[in-house]
Every structure is written in C-alpha cells, then in structure tokens.
Design a protein around this ligand. Sequence first.
Ligand SMILES: Cc1ncc(COP(=O)(O)O)c(C=O)c1O
Length: 360
Amino acid sequence: MIKLIKPYISFDEVEAEFRKTFESGWFTKGPNVDNFKKALCEYTGAKYSHLTTSATTALTSCLKILNIKPGDEVVISDFSFPATANVVEDLGAVPIFADVDWETFNMLPEALEKSITDKTKAVIFVDALGNPSGLHKIKDICASKNLPLIEDAACAIGSSENGKKVGSIADLTCFSFHPRKLLSTGEGGAILTNNEEWNEILKIKLEHGAKIQDGKFDFVDFGYNYRLPELQSIMGLSQIRKLDSIVSSRIKIREEFCTQLEPLGYKPQRLLSDVVYNVQSLVFLVPDGVNRDALISFLKEQGIESTIGTYCLSGCTYYREHYNNVQPNAEKLQRSTITFPCHDDVDASAVCDVISQFQS
Ligand SMILES: Cc1ncc(COP(=O)(O)O)c(C=O)c1O
C-alpha cells in the first residue's frame, strides 16, 4: 500500500539523544524542551513559544488566556478538522462558522465581517491543509475590529505568506505535531506569539498556575499540565533542522501531480501570490462527474491510500444538530475534495497514471 504520509524521522536520528535522556533520568522540563522551543522561535521568527501535548490543548490554552466564557462567540473557518470547533464548544462559547473560499479553502473575509457581533471575542483562522493564503487579509480585519486572531496552524508549520513564516503572523499561532503533520513528535503541539503579556500568562497557566515571585515559588493562579516531554522534544528538534528541505521536496511532488492531473480536470487548492505552501495534504477538487468516494475505493484496490480533503464543521452531525447553519462552500468541499499520498516514496507519475484510469 502506498500510504498517505511517511514520517520524516528515523530511530537512528534520535537514538543518541534518547540514550542520554534515559541515562540522565531527566524526562521532562529539560534541555531538549528548551532547545525545541528556541528552535521554533528561530525558525518562525516568533518571539515566544510554548510546547503542548497537541494542537487541541494549544488552542484550548489560547482561548482560556483570552478569557473566553460561556456565551461568547468565536468566529472560526468552516473547512477544518473538528478540533477547531470543539475547543470553542468545550468552553461553553459559541462557534460561529465562517464559510471559506471555494479555491483557497480558507476563511472568506466577507464571511468574517458578516459574522462579527457584539458578542465576538476572538477569531480562529485555519490554514486549510497547511495553506496560509489570505491570512494577512483576515489579520487586518481582526486588527481593525480589535479582535484577537488565533491561527489554527495545526497543518501549517513551514508555510509562509508575504515573506513571513506561519508562527510570526497571527496574535497566537497553534501547531500540531501529530503523525499526519510534516513535523511529528507522535502527539504534540505548540503555541507561538509575539505578545509579551500573553507569554507571561501562558508561562503560569501551563505550569499549574505557578510562578517564582521574589525568589519564592508560589501558585498565583490555577493552571494546567499540557507539557511536551523531553523525548518528544528530541524528535521535534531533529525534524525542524530539515523542515525547509521537507517542504521543498513536497512542493516538487505537488507540481508533478498538478502537471498530470490539471489537464484531466482536477483542480489543486489555490495559493495566493507570495505564499509558500508546505503541502501538508496534497488535495484536489475532483472534476465534475467524478465520484470522489468511488475514486477513493478504486485507488485502495490499486494499493494507493487516499482520503477526503477535510471536514465541513457546520455540517458535522453534532454541529448541524446544535446550530443548523451549514455553510455551502465548506459543505461542497467536504464532498468533492480528495487527498493523494505525498512523500519521497511516492512515484507521482505512476500514481497519476492510476488516477487517470479511473472511470466514474
Ligand atoms: C486544522 C486542525 N486543527 C486542529 C487539529 C488537532 O490537532 P491535534 O491532533 O494535534 O490535537 C487538527 C488535526 O489534524 C487539524 O487538522
């Protein structure tokens, strides 16, 4: 089976550092955590970083430090993984589903503007499948309305817009290090920000509410433990060093797919000018008349793994039943997008030949 993704890490790369950690017995809050945090700041250009157990706990932490309360509204991109909405729902706040652009798959500026009310307390922009197209435009709207912008960049490490790396653009940026991502620690996540005040609050909140004051350790707030351990940080460090070359190799594979599939009517996710896309997922809109689910089954029979693009959140059963506000573009994208395998073991030409043989 040609799998959708293959992790960019081998045991050999981490063995020596793992051994040192086992020998020292120092498994948490050690030098590798500090070094991974530093490396994330250096790579993205963000001033501050915090590691977490997942993008979900990273997003939750951001909403909590923004003091999002029951009844508050948070506008979110509607084409994403359900975690984007779940973190809002979990706090008793109301997710307001903003429809996405049919070509970039990202939040429509006009949908955001239409969704803002007196109850809006934050906006979550999702880099759909890693593509940050339109992020700066959304940032400008948020700035003009004085609303904090959280970027759900779960898929977007290594991407950039207007020459700025994801992580240094939004007010708060959250990454995922799940195995489907370019940089994986098994499970894991991070929060990046340039905001000194939020950085100080995050330090306390992510340390069980503890702070050292006047040389004394004290619990000055209530807080959480969402810490990423040392071994996971070693994995992160080894991959961040080669992230740009991982992104370049994925861009080449995407170009090969585009060359062969666009003449057949497959449409790649659109990138706006001055965007570097990390190709976290190689997603196309299938041509009219092609049955997407039948194509996924056909490819499986031929030994090629594929899957849907991602989800229309407002159309997921729970959110449809609770809010009855399904967004049309996101809904159509969930039905008509497909993700093809993308990694160094994929022979793009051979996979595209198989795709071209598919008859609806
Ligand atoms: C856009 C988006 N947000 C959030 C998440 C949740 O990430 P995690 O599994 O690290 O919690 C995912 C996971 O795939 C995602 O794609």
